[in-house]
Write a protein that binds this ligand. Sequence first.
Ligand code: CO
Length: 194
Amino acid sequence: MDTLTQILKNNKEWAEKVTKNDPDFFYNLSLQQSPKYLWIGCSDSRVPANQIVNLPPGDVFVHRNIANVVVHTDLNALSVIQYAVEVLEVKHIIVCGHYGCGGVKASMDDNQHGLIDNWLRHIQDVHRFHATELDAIADQQLRFDRLCELNVQEQVRNVLNITTVKNAIDAGKELNIHGMIYNINDGLLRNMNI
Ligand code: CO
């Protein structure tokens, strides 16, 4: 069976299983979505948003890009955040990074990787903001881990500075911003309590 046939077969089986458990599941979802969470995560195939928090379709509004970066001028991310906050009225925005992030790793070496280097500059900025702390870590792996964590911290800060988010908080809307980091080695998510 070729790959595409396989994924279509998987989909059919999944839809049947869901319908068997709850015959109205897809009908109810078709009427509206009211997710409580906006997830901003990495595109990495090992960090699928819904799956790692065990939530069904309809519960998480998702934005993913390489290295879970929130850039002030990224129309894509800004639009997702505006829609999530103003229309869907999510209660939580979760910025989720992960250890072993290829984007973060690539930002730490001196090699050229093509177009993506321009995106990774944002992580090099994070590196520069925290140069004193990072340069003091002798072990390369620990420094890499720490940059993955600091990247989450900085992206949470960037979320807080987005006008849509600022306005919602000023208007007294219930909106909580969290930074989390996922460990690919054990499948566990940790709240960084930022
Ligand atoms: Co990544």
